[in-house]
Design a protein. Structure first.
Length: 327
């Protein structure tokens, strides 16, 4: 864990400053930022800009970043809380306070301390010791929060809802955490117990509020798809000066080329010569049309500008639909 994120009174104050309560959109601040100062020492932190939220999202591993790409491709996603604190005490539903949920009756969350006690794992809940108010020689033990990976805010015909995503490299890590790296059998056993407790408490915390938890690993996504989505995501926020009519002309040409097996580069060259549009702007329009799902191509095959694009045969959001189900 980064030096500035080890459990301490100062770190707890900073987490609460950012997330008590958490905001929405540009106002949201992750409990752990994707910086070397805050990210765990063995992590691979990275920032991902998402135009819809108007901010950078924090990921702490390549698997997290890959899973995030699929989530951001979903046009039903309207916000996401990355590296969100699991509240230790009772708290309102994550949707509370947002205009989309103003007409909803939402259940409260019990908090991880109460849930850990009900599951018989309270001794495994993280704590810190802080100076007591009744004298400098006395200390109090207070709970320290676990941090979740992604809380998705989605919307369907029934209205807004949430899905909790928790991420590991492989399925066994949900049960053993860092136990495999420990030589001492007692330490391994304790690490496994802590990992089990942490994920059990998280699932109950959200289930009480009607929020489903998905456990995802590297085995749950296609690497070629992720490579394509990662590339498209790098272009999704870039600006062009095309009018709506010009964008439609460009889209119509790329759709025709897709049906006829013509490489996108040929279309780009033709439009650049005819209308004096730049290659950069046309590439931006192409990649954004694919990202917005206006141009439906096969994202499970590599995308090359000098080769014909393949028409979509499997909808990404259908293949990964289980990730985003309401219940």
């Amino acid at each position: 864990m980064g030096k500035s994120t080890r459990p301490s009174a100062g770190r707890l104050r900073e987490i609460l400053r950012r997330q008590d309560p958490p905001g929405f959109g540009p106002q949201y601040q992750p409990a752990i930022r994707a910086s070397r100062e805050e990210a765990p020492s063995r992590s691979r932190p990275a920032w991902v800009w998402w135009q819809r939220a108007g901010r950078y999202l924090s990921t702490l591993s390549s698997v997290e970043r890959s899973i995030l790409m699929v989530c951001l491709y979903n046009d039903q996603l309207w916000d996401i809380h990355d590296q969100r604190m699991l509240p230790v005490l009772p708290q309102s539903h994550p949707l509370s306070g947002h205009p989309k949920a103003q007409s909803l009756i939402l259940p409260h969350m019990r908090g991880t301390v109460e849930i850990a006690e009900s599951l018989g794992v309270l001794p495994l809940h993280p704590t810190i010791r802080v100076p007591a108010q009744n004298g400098p020689r006395h200390v109090d033990t207070v709970p320290f929060p676990w941090i979740g990976d992604f809380l998705l805010f989605l919307e369907d015909a029934q209205g807004p809802y949430c899905v909790n995503i928790t991420v590991k490299g492989h399925a066994g890590e949900f049960e053993e955490s860092d136990a495999g790296a420990m030589k001492d059998s007692a330490q391994r056993r304790q690490a496994k117990e802590k990992a089990f407790a942490r994920h059990a408490v998280e699932e109950v915390l959200y289930a009480d509020a009607g929020i489903r938890t998905m456990r995802l690993t590297q085995a749950d996504f296609d690497p070629t798809l992720i490579a394509n989505l990662t590339h498209l995501c790098l272009w999704h926020h870039r600006k062009t000066t095309f009018s709506a009519a010009q964008q439609q002309t460009i889209l119509d040409n790329f759709r025709a080329a897709l049906g006829q097996g013509i490489p996108p580069l040929d279309v780009i060259g033709l439009l650049a010569a005819r209308f004096h549009w730049t290659v950069y702007a046309l590439k931006t329009a192409l990649f954004q049309a694919i990202w917005r799902r206006d141009l439906r191509v096969d994202l499970f095959s590599p995308i090359f500008l000098d080769r014909p694009l393949l028409p979509e045969t499997r909808d990404v959001l259908a293949v990964y639909g289980a990730w985003f189900r309401r219940n």
